[in-house]
Design a protein around this ligand. Structure first.
Ligand code: SF4
Length: 205
């Protein structure tokens, strides 16, 4: 149901606050009550959406989010005010999270983001074209190539004869979106099993 808005509400929504109100009260005739435009508030756009608690995927700060969805489609994401970490706030990167799934088109409508990858794409070494592949193809292929590279470049000792048991041919990029246990497994696999010593993280400053 639509509701009219008073002059005081208008100032409040502007975030002007008490100081601003005082400024407007006896001031310039341009802000006299009769000169203010009247506003109608539309229905709350997220009223019928489903709320799901989630987290920002971009860095290690761990900000919490609320994902709003309608008919199983994400329509909006904002900071979770109940989170002790970010208390509802998000940085500019986090505020753009909704755009991962949808973008605003020329008609100001949210539409699915055409740049979002939803399938495995593979470009062969030296190739110029991306080919669509399945995960059933990709996962064993990744494992095979990692093992081959590691075996071909594994060093038991360095040039001073010190035992190193490492490969310098592979590096590992961590993720801000995995938890302690997953991090532990990544380290076990990379350092313990493969001898990878170049490990880095997307949130490293
Ligand atoms: S990218 Fe920004 S919003 Fe996301 S977790 Fe990091 S600080 Fe929070």
């Amino acid at each position: 149901m639509k509701k009219g808005i008073s002059r005081r509400d208008f100032l409040k929504y502007l975030g002007v606050g008490a100081a601003g109100t005082a400024l407007f009260e006896g001031a310039t005739p341009a802000f006299a009550e009769e000169n203010l435009p009247s506003f109608e508030l539309g229905p709350f756009k997220l009223k019928k959406t489903k709320e799901t608690a989630s987290g920002c995927s971009y860095c290690g700060c761990g900000c919490s989010t609320i994902v709003y969805s309608e008919n199983d489609k994400v329509v909006f994401i904002e900071g979770d005010p109940d989170s002790p970490i970010n208390e509802g706030a998000l940085c500019p990167k986090g505020m753009a999270l909704t755009d991962v799934y949808t973008i605003v088109d020329k008609n100001h409508q949210r539409v699915p983001n055409p740049n979002r990858l939803t399938k495995v794409l593979y470009r062969a070494p030296g190739g110029t074209q991306w080919e669509e592949k399945t995960w059933d193809w990709a996962i064993p292929e990744i494992a095979k190539r990692v093992k081959k590279t590691r075996d071909e470049h594994f060093e038991e000792k360095d040039d001073k004869g010190v035992t190193v048991n490492r490969t310098m041919a592979i590096c590992q990029m961590g993720s801000a979106n995995i938890n302690n246990e997953e991090d532990y497994l990544v380290n076990k696999l990379m350092r313990g099993s493969l001898g990878v010593v170049d490990l880095d993280h997307c949130a490293r400053l």
